[in-house]
Design a binder for this molecule. Structure first.
Ligand code: HSE
Length: 285
């Protein structure tokens, strides 16, 4: 019998991008890699501090389409786990894609991952790469980052659980805040599509989620407020936080990284995380 074996590589992602709560996301060049091998025994092999049984997110993704019995999952990841970088969407995506590829199933991979996650933004960026706009109705539009736009992430060591951050949101928001976010989201989209970084910077403000979650990551919010002073175009809480995404112009990125490293000393790590055009990829080994 031929041993079936697949290598799946899925990018991290930053969701919301300021005004686009549950709507905007971008893929980042930090990756989860999963080898799925038909060894005849179920196992999860990894050096990461994650579940090694059927609760593992990659296994749960796989199990959506086929029993993981008889398969070994070898998991590596460069995606920090403290929150906000789409690691769970990447893991689910890897599992669903591996099963779909091995068993030659024509499946709505995005639909499966969005259901597992409860929201589709990270899932769409992980699957498709680039920047994505998703709607509640399941529509997705994808586009490339403009040339010269870069990203730096500040990753606090203290984790925040997405479920906790979602519970911090109100059931209703003032109409003025909703209107403000529509305006900012439009500026951001226009800025990204025309490569106008001044519009991008003006489009990064949010009134729908960051203010309600600020108490969960006060140091992240305090640093975010100083993004311009630190030389960035602006900054957004990445997904449900606590990671912060600093948006930079390529010629300023080194200086911003240096300043952020000084500011983050002792409580967070600073990483370059270029925007990633390539979405999830499966290879037969
Ligand atoms: N849009 C989601 C949220 C992303 O902000 O809750 C979670 O990663």
């Amino acid at each position: 019998m031929t041993t079936r074996r697949r290598l799946v590589r899925v990018p991290a992602s930053s969701a919301n991008l300021g005004p686009g709560f549950d709507v905007f996301a971008a893929a980042l060049a930090l990756h989860v890699e999963v080898e799925v091998i038909e060894t005849g025994r179920f196992a999860v092999e990894t050096k990461l501090d994650i579940a090694r049984d059927r609760r593992n997110l990659c296994v749960r993704g796989f199990a959506r389409l086929h029993s993981p019995e008889g398969f070994t999952f070898r998991i590596r990841s460069a995606v920090p786990l403290s929150g906000g970088l789409g690691s769970s969407a990447a893991a689910y995506t890897a599992g669903v894609l591996a099963a779909a590829h091995i068993f030659e199933l024509q499946e709505d991979v995005l639909g499966h991952v969005a259901e597992l996650e409860g929201h589709p933004d990270n899932a769409a960026a992980a699957l498709l790469g680039g920047f994505v706009i998703v709607t509640g109705g399941g529509e997705v539009a994808r586009f490339e980052a403009p040339a010269g736009l870069e990203a730096v992430i500040v990753v606090p060591r203290a984790a925040v659980r997405t479920a906790v951050a979602r519970r911090a949101l109100p059931a209703q928001v003032p109409i003025a805040d909703a209107v403000a976010n529509v305006g900012r989201g439009a500026l951001l989209t226009l800025g990204l599509s025309t490569g106008d970084f001044s519009l991008v910077g003006r489009g990064l403000h949010d009134r729908l989620h960051q203010p309600y979650r600020a108490h969960l990551f006060p140091q992240s919010m305090a640093l975010l407020e100083r993004a311009r002073e630190l030389g960035a175009i602006g900054a957004t809480i990445s997904g449900a936080g606590p990671t912060v995404l600093f948006w930079t112009q390529a010629d300023a990125t080194d200086a911003v990284v240096g300043r952020l490293r000084r500011e983050a000393a002792g409580w967070a790590d600073v990483l370059r995380a270029p925007f990633e055009s390539q979405g999830a990829d499966v290879r037969e080994l």
